[in-house]
Write a protein that binds this ligand. Structure first.
Ligand code: AP5
Length: 216
């Protein structure tokens, strides 16, 4: 199965992609995580990526397309994969079409998670993760059971994303509106778009996605 998760920053793409990845045993490919990995290695390309991410702008298509093209050739993607945060521009969507065609594969569904902007701000402002195992938490919606201790690995260090500062988040919303939202009609025309109401609890959104996947 090949799925795309589309939605604005904070909509829950990563949360839901992780859930389906575990339930269906298919790989989750998050371009955000891959790019943050490149930044942490402090390579020349990583520095270019960091400049864009720190501003809340999209990273150049050529870089992101290259990263995905290389990754989907790995053996663990043979069974299918979930694209979380890719494509984000029409050029990336067209590049993905070519990559899949060249491999004789096709897209099964594009899941749009729709959430109002006020709610997105709340979700992003409270988000943090374990510095050791990357488990995700939220100040209000998903706190560790014991304050200051990671439920999963017992770690004591937590981190907040650099690009979750409100001025950067506004730029990320703008990038979504201008560059990514045009992908919705692109996929709707092909009959692969499924939109779910992301204003519900994590479990309810997961249920809505499971229902949507029954229609493909
Ligand atoms: P990326 O890392 O992809 O960030 P994003 O798209 O802005 O999305 P987020 O990770 O912020 O949110 P999400 O939708 O995954 O929500 P989450 O599940 O975490 O990209 C970062 C940057 O990398 C971009 O700005 C760009 O610079 C670059 N980049 C990445 N891909 C690129 C590409 N293809 N091309 C060019 N540049 C690219 O949930 C958010 C919070 O809400 C969490 O705390 C979660 O616990 C909570 N939550 C989730 N669902 C619910 C719910 N239903 N109810 C209550 N809380 C919830």
């Amino acid at each position: 199965m090949i799925l795309i998760f589309l939605g604005p920053p904070g909509a829950g793409k990563g949360t839901q992609a992780r859930h389906i990845s575990e339930a269906k045993n298919i790989v989750q490919l998050s371009t955000g995580d891959m790019l943050r990995g490149a930044v942490s290695k402090e390579t020349k390309a990583g520095k270019e990526v960091k400049t864009a991410m720190d501003k809340g702008a999209l990273v150049a298509d050529a870089i992101v397309v290259g990263v995905i093209a290389e990754r989907i050739a790995d053996p663990d993607c043979a069974n299918g994969f979930i694209l979380d945060g890719f494509p984000r521009t029409l050029a990336q969507a067209e590049a993905l079409d070519h990559m899949l065609e060249a491999r004789g594969r096709s897209l099964d569904a594009v899941i749009e998670i729709r959430v109002e902007e006020k709610e997105l701000v709340k979700r992003i402002a409270g988000r943090f993760s374990c510095g050791t195992c990357q488990a995700n938490y939220h100040d209000i919606f998903n706190k560790p059971q014991k304050e200051g201790i990671c439920d999963k690995c017992g770690g004591h260090t937590f981190i907040r994303r650099q690009d979750d500062k409100m001025e950067t988040v506004k730029a990320r919303f703008e990038a979504y509106r201008l560059q990514t939202a045009p992908l919705l009609p692109y996929y709707e025309k092909r009959g692969v778009l499924r939109t779910v109401d992301g204003m519900q609890s994590v479990e309810e959104v997961a249920g809505a996605i499971a229902e949507a996947l029954k229609t493909i």
